[in-house]
Design a protein around this ligand. Structure first.
Ligand SMILES: Nc1nc2c(c(=O)[nH]1)N[C@H]1C(S)=C(S)[C@@H](COP(=O)(O)OP(=O)(O)OC[C@H]3O[C@@H](n4cnc5c(=O)[nH]c(N)nc54)[C@H](O)[C@@H]3O)O[C@H]1N2
Ligand SMILES: Nc1nc2c(c(=O)[nH]1)N[C@H]1C(S)=C(S)[C@@H](COP(=O)(O)OP(=O)(O)OC[C@H]3O[C@@H](n4cnc5c(=O)[nH]c(N)nc54)[C@H](O)[C@@H]3O)O[C@H]1N2
Ligand SMILES: [Mo]
Length: 675
């Protein structure tokens, strides 16, 4: 007999697609997008179309593994869960006794972004032990900080309302690659007359498909936005009524914008003054106008400032008044605010004053000779930091420490897991129960397990129950069931969850949050600042300059961050690692299209195939972030070239403030010698 089970993708992506899994004889036979879902419409993506191949992949870790070779060699032997758990518990108890719990660092991100599989019992266990607490701010936090400085919140409009927009600015986001299911909404708006603009230093697929591609120099977007304000003020395009009622700081904005004439901004951004003027005019006069920024801006030193600055534009023009107007970045905080997340994570259990560490600095912490107490044990889950963290060489050096006791819970022996003392088998999304709040739409989804966990794999929540037991802990809140936590989260009493019960999610798979019809969050002010008014405080921020080419390492089609690297098909489709650079930059370096080149800086180096183009600005180079290894076969990926760059609010990581040199077979010719 074949049954169909409703689920939802748990990957770290805005789309949170609903899927249907058919199961017979205990085996998942097919996994397809749910065609009834109004936002994801039956589509999946270039990665998740093959999800079942990942589930049943020959290299999936199905049993606990213990290291038997040197660190990094990836030589393991199968052991029993009892043996693994007893050893991990003994080591941790020893470390707690000798150095204190802070010598243990749990390290995770959003490998699965479901409510309880991302963060629940692990928070309770490690929080109550008083281990070092990880600040997980590589993705999203910088943008939220910047938007909150302006609006008191990172919240924006409902992504589905973008169909009503008539001027859509995709600002530092590659929608077709990273947020595929928003694209039909944009195309529908375009069919109704909208113009689509992409602001990106790189001519991405999305930029190529837009009506207008504006290519600023990296991190110069603040100057562009200020020059837009300059034009809007000069030409009398301000919605004074809106500004007067709902904003503070107009005089500050006028002073700052005065200094950014389009001519001056042209020098900073590399965009013609005429183009800036035209863009500013059209943005202000075509309503509803919508700005859709995502991650591109926040991976720079001035990331928070850039968000704070572009947030001024929809206030100045009153775009928030219109349905489909304003700004939309993420629906994550909104979705989470409807759920009782505190009940799930129980932050009240956290030992007060426990040390915190920023995830960006993993390599520094692991290699620090002075850190007290040092990190003696690392517990990695939902994350593949050797691929996804900056300064890969330093992370690798840290992971290679013989005295570091590393436990990794994952579906594969990832690049990180090769350095583990224990690799513990993780269940996949079709084997777990969860509720998945989306950060790209307003549907709350339930993921129901379609099959039993393969081999001896366990979900994250089950792992933490097993670890708690092995550590001799007995508090009932360390053993709460998945269903009980999910029911508690739904019982928040939030009006937008009215009628959205556990049973209904089980039956329907997803339910749209009960927002008011025609919901315009800031049409009548209501910003989440102390007095409800937006704060206009724009600035260009510190633009990092370095030697050589600025390297942008954005997301790509066939990998999901540090996942799918193990899949041959995805590796084949992604192809060889390439670096794209401008023809003039190639000429001064004597590089030929298609040759293998060495890309290097003070952090490290790798080999890539050179692609010379005119579609990328001078001074900028682009390489795909993800699982593609060095084109010469070394195990390095692009993060061997990225710095641990703190952004301007102290959070995040300036991945895209990397600078590199590129040398061909003929060696690197200093630029001066070519002039
Ligand atoms: N150069 C460069 N670096 C970047 C970025 C960039 O643009 N350029 N982007 C950054 C951003 S925005 C992000 S979000 C990070 C992402 O960085 P990561 O969070 O490290 O990447 P993911 O691939 O999403 O997830 C990592 C691991 O989680 C595992 N996993 C999946 N499901 C489960 C599960 O249920 N249980 C357990 N235990 N494990 C599971 C996967 O198998 C995978 O190995 O990378 C950052 N790094
Ligand atoms: N296929 C696929 N989809 C994904 C992911 C993946 O790895 N693969 N990762 C998921 C995750 S974790 C996230 S956070 C999202 C991110 O989704 P996006 O934000 O769309 O992804 P990025 O590639 O990080 O950045 C978007 C664009 O910003 C541009 N950019 C870089 N610097 C600047 C700048 O200074 N100014 C401007 N205007 N643009 C700039 C880059 O060239 C890039 O094209 O995607 C999610 N979806
Ligand atoms: Mo991300």
């Amino acid at each position: 007999m074949t049954t169909t089970i409703r689920g939802a993708c748990g990957h770290d992506c805005p789309d949170t697609c609903s899927w249907l899994v058919t199961v017979s004889d205990g085996k998942a036979q097919t996994l397809v997008g749910d065609p009834a879902h109004p936002f994801t419409r039956g589509g999946l993506c270039a990665k998740v179309n093959d999800y079942l191949d990942r589930v049943y992949h020959k290299d999936r870790v199905l049993y606990p593994l213990r290291r038997k070779g040197p660190k990094g060699a990836g030589e393991f032997e199968r052991v029993s869960w009892d043996e693994a758990l007893a050893d991990v518990a003994a080591r941790w108890n020893q470390i707690v006794a000798s150095d204190g719990a802070e010598a243990i660092l749990p390290y995770s991100l959003a490998g699965t972004q479901g409510l309880i599989q991302m963060a629940s019992l692990g928070e309770r266990l490690f929080g109550s032990m008083g281990t070092t607490r990880l600040i997980r701010d590589i993705c999203g936090e910088v943008a939220v900080a910047g938007l909150s400085a302006a609006n008191g919140t990172g919240m924006g409009i409902d992504p589905e309302d973008i169909v009503h927009s008539r001027f859509i600015v995709l600002w530092g986001t590659n929608t077709i690659v990273t947020n595929l299911h928003l694209w039909p909404v944009i195309l529908e708006a375009r069919r109704r007359g909208a113009k689509v603009i992409v602001i990106d230093p790189v001519r991405t697929r999305t930029a190529a498909a837009a009506d207008w591609h504006i290519a600023p120099k990296p991190a110069s977007d603040g100057a562009l936005a200020l020059a837009m304000m300059h034009v809007i003020l000069r030409e009398g395009l301000v919605d004074h009524d809106y500004v007067q009622q709902y904003a503070n700081g107009f005089e500050t904005l006028v002073d700052r914008a005065r200094e950014y004439s389009p001519e001056r901004a042209a020098g900073i951004t590399g965009i013609d003054a005429d183009e800036i003027e035209k863009f500013a005019r059209e943005y202000a006069t075509t309503q509803p106008s919508l700005i859709r920024p995502l991650i591109g801006l926040e991976h720079h030193r001035n990331g928070a400032t850039l968000f704070r600055t572009i947030a001024c534009l929809p206030v100045l023009t009153g775009a928030w008044r219109h349905r489909g107007g304003g700004l939309q970045r993420s629906t994550g905080a909104l979705q989470y605010s409807t759920l009782d997340v505190g009940r799930v994570r129980m932050p009240e259990l956290n030992k007060p004053g426990a040390r915190t560490m920023n995830m960006r600095d993993l390599g520094r912490y692991l290699c620090s000779p002075t850190l007290a107490p040092p990190i003696r044990s690392l517990m990695v889950y939902n994350c593949n930091p050797l691929v996804t963290n900056p300064n890969q060489n330093l992370v690798r050096r840290g992971l290679a420490r013989e005295d570091l006791f590393t436990v990794v819970h994952d579906l594969f022996v990832t690049e990180t897991a090769r350095y583990a003392d224990y690799v513990l088998p993780a269940a996949s999304q079709v084997e777990c129960l969860d509720i998945v709040p989306a950060w790209g739409h307003h549907y709350l989804s339930m993921n129901q397990p379609a099959i039993a966990p393969l081999g001896e794999s366990v979900s994250n929540t089950e792992l933490f129950r097993m670890l708690a037991r092995a550590l001799g802990r007995t508090e009932p809140w360390l053993f709460e069931s998945d269903e009980s936590m999910l029911r508690a989260a739904l019982a928040s009493g939030h009006p937008w969850l009215d009628g959205i019960t556990y049973e209904r999610l089980q039956a329907e798979g997803y339910v749209r949050l009960r927002q008011p019809e025609d919901w315009r969050p800031f049409a009548l002010g209501g910003f989440q600042t102390p007095d409800g008014k937006a704060i206009l405080d724009p600035a260009a921020g510190e633009i990092i300059k370095g030697d050589g080419l600025q390297l942008i390492t954005g997301k790509q089609l066939h990998f999901l961050n540090g996942s799918y690297n193990q899949m041959e098909r995805h590796q084949r489709r992604a192809g060889e690692l390439e670096i794209e650079l401008n023809s003039e930059d190639a000429a001064v370096r004597g590089l030929r299209d298609g040759e293998l080149v060495r890309v290097h800086n003070e952090f490290g180096s790798l080999t890539a195939r050179c692609r010379i183009s005119t579609a990328i600005a001078r001074g900028v180079a682009s390489m795909p972030f993800g699982g593609n290894a060095d084109a010469a076969g070394a195990s390095t990926t692009v993060n061997v070239l990225t710095p641990e760059m703190e952004t301007d609010n102290g959070e995040g990581s300036g991945f895209y403030d990397a600078f590199v040199e590129v040398s061909g077979a003929g060696g690197w010719m200093p630029q001066a010698a070519c002039k």
